[in-house]
Ligand binder design. Structure first.
Ligand SMILES: O=C(O)CCC(=O)C(=O)O
Length: 427
């Protein structure tokens, strides 16, 4: 479905304060979101994406604000032309493939049990780039509290929330809708709270009060789990247990609290476009709504909801330092007509960090040999983070600029096809 066609024949909405007045129009819909919290969908002029994006951003109301204002049809900026026809879950695929689940029960009990867990993680990181863990040590109460805290943040008075609305990546705590809104071709149906929690956490007062305690407590558990995961990954690479920890992979933690409101037209947009994560490793805590999918063997596979589980996935920088042994894999979140869906993604990754910007990351020497020469050049923390912030969810890999020339044919771009699935093309 083309964008202009889907922008026609839509209901328009005009709302001021609590008074909502609906109008119908058969002409192209334009959305205007003004600072005094009124939304006008003006059907008189041409669709001007740039100005709509800026109006939406300037309102600081996020997707939640649109829904609260009574929007029942997606504004054009959210319409995904490419993905809509191919985004559905396919039950056949879901029954054929299942994301590995690793049980951490007995991790410390015996050498043999630990070796089994390491083997399962190695297989998952090499073949899927994703796995779920159960029986990890984060109590249910801590997970529930952080999911609730994130929900409360997004559902509090919009005036309080607006204080945090920013695109300044040097700020430690911000909130906005679509971090790449100003660069990406299409917006996603999602708002996000962002907190840089390590190595230099914000002053507690900088964290929104409604989720402060929950985020600080959750961070302590995730940092501890991160150390365990990096030890297990090191062992899976046949390195010393503390190898990845010594490379400071577990130092930086960036937490995002996503809020995916129920979507009035879920088939026309996505909660989160297909992307790979930029850092070393990510953990995701999701609620009961679902929608996360992983691209595996040219198919989108649903990540099932396992009560108490945490999702773990490999990021681009881990793929780089393991010289492609561990895979950073494309994933996305579908929009749903139920919600809100809350998820808390914890990224072990670098950000702008005082003092250590010149630190270099390249393929780990111990993993290289004549038969396994380096595929990537080294990159400094500064270069990597700068590239990361300059790139949106455009379907290209952040690894591209770091591939050595002779391997550059292995750089991929994910493109849509008219068929059910995505194809992966060489650039
Ligand atoms: O919300 C989710 O389940 C996934 C979040 C995610 O992929 C991300 O934040 O990069």
């Amino acid at each position: 479905m083309g964008q202009s066609r889907s922008c026609y024949q839509r209901k328009t909405l005009q709302r001021t304060g609590n008074q909502a007045e609906m109008k119908f129009s058969s002409r192209r819909r334009k959305m205007v979101v003004s600072r005094n919290e009124s939304i006008e969908q003006d059907d008189s002029s041409e669709y001007d994406r740039k100005s709509e994006v800026h109006s939406f951003d300037d309102s600081k109301m996020g997707v939640k604000g649109l829904l609260d204002a009574g929007v029942t049809k997606l504004p054009c900026i959210f319409l995904h032309n490419q993905y809509v026809s191919e985004k559905k879950s396919d039950p056949d695929v879901t029954s054929k493939f299942s994301i590995p689940v690793v049980d951490f029960q007995g991790l410390g009990n015996s050498v043999a049990q630990r070796a089994d867990i390491v083997r399962e993680i190695k297989n998952a990181c090499e073949n899927w780039g994703f796995f779920q863990i159960v029986n990890h040590e984060i109590p249910s109460s801590v997970k529930e509290k952080v999911l609730k805290g994130v929900r409360h943040f997004h559902e509090q008075d919009s005036e309080v929330k607006k204080e945090f609305y920013s695109r300044d990546v040097t700020r430690k705590v911000t909130y906005n809708s679509n971090f790449d809104l100003l660069k990406s071709p299409t917006a996603n149906w999602r708002d996000t709270l962002y907190c840089v929690m390590a190595p230099n956490p914000p002053d507690p007062e900088e964290i929104p009060e409604v989720c402060r305690e929950a985020l600080i407590e959750y961070t302590k558990y995730i940092m501890k789990l991160g150390i365990t995961l990096f030890e297990l990954l090191s062992e899976a690479l046949q390195l010393k247990s503390d190898h990845l920890k010594d490379m400071e992979c577990a130092e930086g933690l960036f937490i995002t609290g996503h809020y995916y409101p129920a979507c009035p037209e879920p088939d026309l947009t996505l909660g989160l476009s297909g992307h790979t994560d930029s850092g070393f490793l990510t953990t995701v805590l999701q609620d009961q709504i679902g929608g996360l999918q992983v691209f595996h063997k040219n198919q989108w596979v649903d990540v099932p909801i396992l009560p108490g589980a945490l999702i773990v996935n490999i990021g681009d920088l881990m793929q780089l330092i393991t010289n492609d042994k561990f895979k950073s894999v494309l994933h996305r979140v579908l929009a749903k007509n139920v919600g809100p869906r809350i998820s808390v993604a914890s990224f072990f990754r670098m950000h702008f960090q005082e003092g250590s910007e010149s630190r270099l990351y390249g393929p780990i020497k111990e993993l290289l040999s004549d038969g396994n020469p380096p595929i990537y050049r080294e990159t400094s923390r500064k270069e990597y983070v700068t590239r990361l912030y300059n790139k949106g969810l455009d379907g290209t890999s952040l690894l591209s600029p770091f591939k050595l020339q002779k391997y550059s044919k292995r750089i991929y771009r994910y493109v849509s096809t008219s068929s059910q699935h995505l194809t992966v093309n060489k650039l």
